[in-house]
Design a protein around this ligand. Structure first.
Ligand code: G6P
Length: 598
């Protein structure tokens, strides 16, 4: 949550910072701000609302600035408002900071400062950082920054300007990401490498407790004891094309259309020459008695989806929400392997869950979409997804890529456990067939359904087996971007309570892709229709059921892989419904893409 940016160089700082803030907006968009050195003073503008509001407010400002810091916020402490927006200034206006993370001991720090007369302007936890820096008795600014790590508890990526040190930026990080980007004519700090695409050719991912000091074009890196470190840059290969909306009105639309490509590219990763699975020792898989999959939101749903596929192969997988897993009591189970799924690789709950698993010496595998992410650094083994940058808050192509990687993983486990030579080409061919069918799939019927959903109060998604897992993901998509109350249920569970909510203001979306469960699911359809709800059914089978109001035909493919197919029109349904409701599908209310707070 929250995106921070810093820039120093030959280009106008305002332009560089505002452009990057727009690319970081997926991390939060309730307020934004900018502080630059101008005529040796710290000049600050911050506004409630999206970055576009800040851009308007800055129109004729910061004309001569070449060094500054910016922030886009997702509120944790204090409501979205001008005063709670970052950057925050110290009481004497001599220090400016931007912060991503949570300062867990801010109340006691603030209390002490207030006792000594410091006046605060905001309700945020972050302001305490600027005030502490102002009050510090350390002899140099670098030491003041270092001292922060002894005072602050929690997570933080912080960029700092001191009025006395014109055109210099300091930064420090712990448990929140921060990247240093190097260009020919400038240096950048950013919460995410995506915001540096097209600007820098090289980047360095700051390590825990690193301190950075940028003095014009010179940059120095220190560890927490202020010992100098070498900066090991890596090349930035992504292009502006990868992060542009192209001809699409929204990122979400572009990303749904990229689903087939995400599946194909991810599958290519598992080709024999480079197969990341072969780096996981066969002995580890052979001896594994329990597989746990852990993630949040869509990533959790991907794990749940794959657990059905695994069961078909006699592999039993437990799925956990990352925020719950770390408090489980049985963490010391013998022969456990944990698989963590995360598009960003930066979700705080998932990172903490992985750390917990490591404390218990449990081997860890991550499925992530961002090679430079924190989870990749922490895990024992990496299964990369190749969805490409996903920018819309609601995850779509990353989900499809995650289940692709996990199909490959489960097949690998199955083969090792049964002494079979693993031939990923069979899976690859099947997925190729799915991709071809998705590419030519006519989604026009979805538009009509979305138009009907826009005035509906409640939507239920139901299914049995893996179709329930798809229902969970479809329901999450719809609720997060269209603000319609929606819920996923096992089809058989409706009659045990939720049927009480079914009436003519309800739409029930039935997913039925598993032949052996079809008849029973159709029973539920009649029960729903008898209570007056509208029924929409998605299936690849040729059925004619008079209780179904709209039948959505799915492309026919291997039944075990149907989850890859059935979610596709439902992602589009969520997108179109948000459009019909006049909502911005890329930036849903109250949410952020990368949730870096626990
Ligand atoms: C947030 C996003 C979801 C995402 C979840 C997990 O809640 O809004 O779209 O699925 O985080 O994110 P991750 O990056 O770990 O997959």
């Amino acid at each position: 949550m929250c995106g921070i940016i810093g820039y120093i160089g030959a280009k106008p700082a305002k332009q560089e910072i505002l452009q990057s803030l727009q690319l970081l907006e997926y991390r939060g968009y309730d307020s934004a701000g900018l502080c630059c050195f101008e005529n040796d003073k710290l000049k600050l503008i911050k506004k409630k609302g999206k970055v576009s509001t800040l851009i308007t407010a800055c129109e004729n400002e910061f004309v001569t600035a070449h060094c500054g810091i910016g922030h886009t916020r997702w509120a944790t402490h204090g409501d979205p408002s001008d005063k709670n927006a970052h950057p925050h200034l110290s009481e004497n206006n001599n220090v400016a900071i931007v912060h991503n993370g949570i300062i867990e001991n801010f109340e006691s720090l603030k209390g002490n400062l207030q006792k000594n007369g410091t006046r605060f302007r905001s309700e945020t936890d972050s302001e305490v950082i600027a005030q502490l820096l102002q009050k510090s008795k350390c002899e140099s600014e670098l030491k003041k920054v270092q001292e922060l790590s002894t005072l602050l508890k929690g997570s933080y990526a912080i960029a700092i300007l001191f009025k006395e040190l014109s055109n210099q930026i300091f930064a420090i990080k712990k448990n929140s990401p921060l990247i240093l980007g190097k260009a020919n004519d400038g240096l950048y700090l950013s919460s995410d490498v995506n915001a540096l695409i097209g600007k820098t050719s090289e980047y360095y991912i700051m390590q825990e407790n690193d301190i950075i000091w940028i003095d014009n074009q010179d940059v120095y890196l220190f560890d927490s004891n202020l010992r100098a470190k070498d900066i090991e840059y890596q090349p930035l290969t992504l292009t502006t094309q990868d992060i542009s909306r192209g001809t699409f009105e929204h990122y979400m639309h572009k990303e749904i259309m990229q689903v087939p490509q995400a599946i194909e590219l991810t599958m290519t990763e598992f080709e024999p020459m480079q197969n990341p699975l072969t780096r996981i020792p066969a002995e580890l898989i052979k001896s594994a008695e329990h597989f746990s999959i852990i993630g949040c939101g869509t990533a959790y749903n991907a794990g749940n989806t794959i657990s059905y596929y695994a069961r078909q192969r006699d592999i039993f997988v437990d799925c956990y929400y990352a925020s719950e897993y770390r408090y489980e009591k049985f963490l010391s189970r013998k022969n456990e392997v944990c698989i963590f799924i995360s598009q960003s690789g930066e979700t705080a709950d998932t990172i903490e869950a992985l750390k917990k698993a490591k404390e218990h010496n449990i081997p860890t595998i991550v499925v992530t979409n961002v090679a430079s992410s924190t989870l990749n650094k922490l895990a024992d083994y990496i299964l990369p997804t190749k969805a490409g940058p996903e920018i819309a808050v609601a995850s779509t192509k990353a989900y499809s890529a995650q289940i692709t990687a996990l199909y490959a993983f489960i097949d690998y486990v199955y083969c090792i456990k049964n002494g079979i030579n693993c031939r990923s080409c069979i899976l690859k061919d099947k997925l190729k067939d799915i991709c071809d069918k998705l590419k030519s799939y006519d989604l026009s019927i979805i538009d009509n359904i979305a138009n009907q959903l826009k005035n509906i109060e409640r939507v239920f998604f139901i299914g049995r087996g893996v179709d329930f897992a798809t229902s969970q993901e479809a329901s999450l998509k719809l609720k997060e971007i269209s603000n319609i109350h929606s819920e996923a249920l096992y089809a058989g569970e409706l009659k045990h309570g939720t049927l009480a909510l079914i009436d003519e203001n309800t739409v029930v979306i039935v997913i039925a892709t598993q032949k052996e469960l079809l008849e029973k699911t159709i029973n539920s359809v009649y029960e729903i229709k008898a209570r007056g709800a509208k029924v929409i059914m998605l299936t690849q089978f040729e059925v004619s059921i008079d209780a179904v109001d709209i039948l959505v035909s799915l492309p026919q493919t291997d039944q075990l892989l149907m989850a890859e197919v059935s979610i596709y029109p439902l992602q589009m349904l969520a997108y179109k419904t948000a459009l019909y409701k006049g909502l911005d599908p890329d930036k849903p209310r109250n949410l952020a893409k990368s949730v870096t707070v626990e």
